[in-house]
Design a protein. Structure first.
Length: 276
């Protein structure tokens, strides 16, 4: 039987409050909502999981979450549907509380990365989460959120990653210029994705499958940090100038532009294929 039945209980309020950034920073914890994200958190970041909450129906439907959590010695508690709804409107009957723990840039550099996505002042949670998911799918080794980018542990970001947040290192709270300098110092070329870029991504892909590009032309086969800008205004001129080169994704139809997440996916997969 559910042991949590009062949606106004202090424990329930404490979990719900983790949707706020100030509470996450003060408590050192954050919220993970929904069966997909909680499943991946339990499987790949069990050391960060403090509590798992499910409705009785969700515990039966997603028995693998309960099994994995109990196998890892995690606290699993049943609550009524009203309790889970009070914790999160997006819970789908499953919520977890995790310790706020992110990778550092030094951690990433020590791993010898060959493909990294860098977000400069990206503020939309859905876009940031989708880029993390795309980076995971493309086999990137890390995602760096620099400047005034959104908190990657914002619940909307976490949901948008669909669990990819727990598959690869995510770095936040770093300034853009020193982060790019550190990546370049580790042997990665920095390519800015920009609609007005001097290099066409298709041309670079063609060169990567042939004898390789001429000197001074980006080589997609080489270790690369892709730099992506804000959803509304793209890369600031000063930020774009930090890159070794700017690359445009060709648009052959009548669309004015691609949104951030789509452009990032195309660029990351281009490098992924060339490196493969």
């Amino acid at each position: 039987m559910p042991e949590l039945a009062n949606p106004r209980a202090e424990r329930v309020k404490a979990v719900r409050a983790l949707a706020g950034r100030s509470v996450r920073q003060r408590t050192g914890r954050y919220l993970v909502e929904g069966p997909q994200s909680v499943r991946e958190a339990v499987r790949y970041a069990a050391g960060q999981v403090r509590e798992v909450y499910l409705t009785e129906a969700a515990a039966e439907r997603y028995a693998e979450i309960v099994d994995d959590a109990q196998g890892a010695g995690l606290s699993v508690r049943l609550g009524t549907p009203e309790v889970l709804d009070a914790m999160s409107a997006d819970a789908q009957g499953v919520v977890a509380v995790l310790e706020r723990r992110l990778a550092t840039l030094d951690d990433v550099l020590a791993s010898g990365p060959r493909l990294v996505a860098v977000l400069a002042n990206v503020r939309d949670p859905g876009n940031a989460g989708t880029v993390i998911r795309a980076a995971d799918a493309a086999g990137a080794h890390a995602v760096v959120l620099a400047g005034e980018s959104v908190d990657p542990l914002n619940p909307k970001v976490v949901r948008s990653t669909a669990g990819s947040l727990f598959h690869l290192p995510v770095v936040a709270g770093v300034e853009l210029a020193p982060a790019l300098a550190a990546l370049r110092g580790a042997g990665l070329a920095v390519l800015a994705a920009d609609g007005g870029g001097e290099h066409d991504l298709d041309d670079l892909q063609d060169l990567a499958t042939g004898d390789g590009p001429a000197a001074g032309t980006p080589d997609l086969r080489a270790p690369t940090a892709w730099l992506f800008g804000n959803e509304a205004w793209g890369l600031r001129p000063d930020d774009r100038a930090l890159a070794d080169a700017a690359v445009r994704v060709p648009i052959r139809g009548r669309a004015e532009s691609l949104n951030l997440a789509t452009a990032a996916t195309v660029c990351l997969y281009a490098s992924s294929r060339a490196q493969r």
